[in-house]
Ligand binder design. Structure first.
Ligand code: NAD
Length: 262
């Protein structure tokens, strides 16, 4: 294989992307489809699933909440039945969780955030493990966040979950490496898209400023003076799934520049 061929995930790779109907997950799913992979996605938003399916008729789309073990069982029934196995799992599903000082957060909000963002990844990997170990070339890519390395004031349940994902990744890399499964985490910075639009809008409304002013505050706090694009994350996922990523496991890889805002 040439150097450039080794940068490309192999044709026919069987891939599952959680929360693949919109945002970063949709960019990852679209990138794998373009690379010739067989791709399944799950999402809780059925309208978004329908939209993604209409744009990408080759995708296998399943409605499933990653924190619901029974829904995840049904998702894997579809994956096994359709693909006969799995080579790459991208654990992308996550919610921002509540914003506020710890004493103002409800127990339900705290539990729900950790249930989706951290336990959800465990639930999915627990079900995927057998299939991945049967593959000759398997990779798990867990989407964490820069909040999983530096913390994030006013977002402690989110940050704790994302930090937990880094520990989960390191542990599973040790556990599954001898059986041929690479496990890595990606830590995106501030990513352009619907979620950041919601965050910026809320901040603008709370402070009486315009969307553009708050957006500029975020951008100017990043050393490269630009937000991360969903495609930047997707390309790193492709790289980790390709032969070029064959000797990378147990790593927490930032797709970001220095960010001062957290
Ligand atoms: P998003 O808020 O735009 O949501 C993407 C998708 O997740 C939606 O289609 C939604 O329906 C789905 N989803 C939500 N809860 C789900 C669940 N329980 N089960 C299945 N699907 C579910 O998110 P995004 O910005 O695309 O972020 C994707 C991942 O990247 C998340 O884990 C997020 O924490 C992480 N991340 C995002 C940013 C950012 O700036 N956007 C930065 C760092 C990390």
């Amino acid at each position: 294989m040439t150097y450039l061929e080794r940068l490309h995930p192999r044709q026919g790779l069987r891939v599952l992307v959680t929360a693949g109907a919109s945002g970063i997950g949709a960019a990852i799913a679209a990138a794998f489809l373009e690379a010739g992979a067989k791709v399944a996605i799950c999402d809780v938003d059925e309208a978004a699933l329908d939209k993604f399916r209409a744009e990408h008729p080759d995708v296998q789309g399943v409605a499933a909440d990653v924190s619901d073990p029974e829904a995840v069982d049904r998702l894997f029934d579809v994956v096994e039945h359709t693909f006969g196995g799995l080579d790459v799992l991208v654990n992308n599903a996550g919610v921002s969780g509540p914003t506020g000082m710890i004493e103002t957060l409800s127990i339900d909000e705290i539990r729900r955030t950790i249930e989706i963002d951290l336990v959800g990844q465990l639930v999915v990997i627990r079900r995927a493990a057998k299939l991945l170990k049967q593959s000759n070339d398997a990779a798990i890519i867990n989407i964490s966040s820069v909040a999983g390395r530096f913390g994030y004031a006013m977002r402690s349940p989110y940050s704790a979950s994302k930090w937990g994902i880094v520990g989960l990744t390191a542990s599973l890399a040790k556990e599954m490496g001898p059986e041929g499964v690479r496990v890595n985490a990606i830590l995106p910075g501030v990513v352009r898209g619907a979620r950041m639009d919601r965050v910026i809008t809320a901040k603008a409304e709370a402070s009486g400023r315009t969307f553009a002013e708050v957006e500029e505050e975020y951008v100017s706090s990043i050393s490269l003076r630009r937000m991360v694009e969903p495609d930047d994350v997707a390309l790193t996922v492709l790289f980790l799934s390709s032969p070029a990523g064959a000797n990378i496991s147990g790593q927490a890889i930032g797709v970001c520049a220095n960010v001062e805002y957290l």
